[in-house]
Ligand binder design. Structure first.
Ligand code: TXA
Ligand code: MG
Length: 285
C-alpha cells in the first residue's frame, strides 16, 4: 500500500495470522510493534486513549505523516502481536488517497510497517517494495513514487511528549502544538524500534564527505557537493528527503566499494534525514 511517506506492507490489525505473516515477510523481530493505520479520528478513538495533547496533534497533522503512541484501549481491533504485547498502540491516519480508501473500505485499522525487509531502506516506489517484500503480498496498490520519502514522525504521549523517531513532521512543528519534546529513552519498552539497525544499504556508508575516495559513489547535496547522485541540486531538504532512500538503493547497485554522503544540514526535515543517514552508516542512536 502506498502512503505519502513510504510504501507499507498492510494487513488486518485484528488478525494475528495476517500480522504474523507481516513480521515473517519483513524478518522483523516480534518485539518491535507495528503502526495501526486508521481512516480517521473516529477509528483512532476506538483503539487508543486520546487526551488533550493527542487531540491537538491529530487535529493539526492528520491525515498526515505523524504517528502517535497512546494507551491502547481494550478493543481488540489491534491484536496483541501487532502491539508486541505492549499496552500502548502507535496510530496514524495516512494522507495518501489510496491508503485512505483501502482502510475506509476495509472498515478497521490496518497495520503497515514500511515494506522493506527489516534493517533495509524503506521503499518509496512499488518496484522497490516488490524487491523487498513483494513475494509475500496478496495484492498491491501502485501509487507511484511517495511524495515525502521518509517515514512518519513518531511521538509518544504516554507521559511527557517524547520524540521517538524524527520524521516528516519536524520537531519545531510538533513543539508549536505541545511544547518542548523529551528525547527517546534507551528503554526498549518505550521505543522498541530504536534498538535495531535500520535503513542500511549493503555497501558501507560514510557521512559528511566533501571529498569522496576514487572507489566510492558520492551522494551529493546542493550546488557545493554535487556527487553522482545529488539529493537536491538546489539544496532543498524536502526534495532530498524524497530522493534519499531511492538514491541510497541506486548507489548500492553501483560498482563502487562504498557510499560517501555529502553533509546535509540538520535543521527542519534535515533532522530526520540525518537520523536515517546515521542509521544507514551503522550508528544506532
Ligand atoms: O511512515 C510510516 O510510519 C510508515 C508508513 C508505511 O506508514 N510506516 C512505518 O512503520 O514506518 P514501521 O513499522 O517501519 O515503523 C514503526 C515505528 C517503529 O520504530 C516502531 O518501533 C514504532 O514505530 N512503534 C510502533 N508501535 C510502538 C509503540 N507501541 N511504542 C513505541 N514505538 C512504537
Ligand atoms: Mg520501517
Amino acid at each position: 500500500m502506498p502512503t505519502e511517506t513510504v510504501y507499507g506492507l498492510a494487513a488486518d490489525a485484528a488478525n494475528p495470522r495476517a500480522v504474523a505473516a507481516v513480521y515473517a515477510a519483513k524478518g522483523r523481530p516480534s518485539f518491535n510493534p507495528l503502526i495501526a493505520h486508521v481512516a480517521d479520528l473516529a477509528m483512532a478513538r476506538r483503539i487508543a486513549g486520546f487526551e488533550a495533547r493527542a487531540e491537538a496533534l491529530a487535529a493539526r497533522f492528520w491525515p498526515g505523516p505523524l504517528t502517535l503512541v497512546l494507551p491502547a484501549s481494550d478493543d481488540m481491533a489491534v491484536c496483541d502481536l501487532a502491539r508486541a504485547g505492549l499496552d500502548t498502540v502507535a496510530v496514524r491516519a495516512p494522507a495518501h488517497p489510496l491508503a485512505h480508501a483501502l482502510i475506509a473500505a476495509f472498515g478497521g485499522p490496518v497495520v503497515a510497517p514500511s515494506a522493506n525487509r527489516s534493517g533495509r531502506p524503506s521503499p518509496t516506489t512499488l518496484a522497490d517494495a516488490m524487491d523487498e517484500t513483494g513475494a509475500a503480498a496478496a495484492a498491491v496498490l501502485d501509487g507511484g513514487p511517495c511524495a515525502i520519502g521518509l517515514e512518519s514522525t513518531v511521538v509518544s504521549l504516554l507521559d511527557t511528549p517524547r520524540l521517538l523517531r524524527p520524521g516528516a513532521v519536524t520537531r519545531a512543528e510538533i513543539e508549536a502544538v505541545v511544547g518542548p519534546l523529551s528525547e527517546a529513552e534507551a528503554d526498549a519498552k518505550r521505543s522498541p524500534g530504536r534498538l535495531t539497525r535500520h535503513y542500511a544499504p549493503n555497501l558501507p556508508v560514510r557521512l559528511n564527505v566533501t571529498e569522496p575516495r576514487d572507489d566510492e559513489v558520492w551522494v551529493g547535496f546542493g550546488p557545493r557537493w554535487p556527487g553522482a547522485f545529488n539529493l537536491s541540486p538546489r539544496g532543498d531538504l524536502a526534495e532530498a528527503a524524497a530522493n534519499l532512500f531511492s538514491f541510497l538503493r541506486a548507489a548500492d547497485r553501483s560498482q563502487a566499494k562504498g557510499i560517501a554522503v555529502a553533509p546535509v544540514p540538520g535543521e527542519g526535515l534535515g533532522e530526520a534525514i540525518n537520523d536515517r543517514l546515521r542509521r544507514a552508516a551503522g550508528f544506532v542512536g
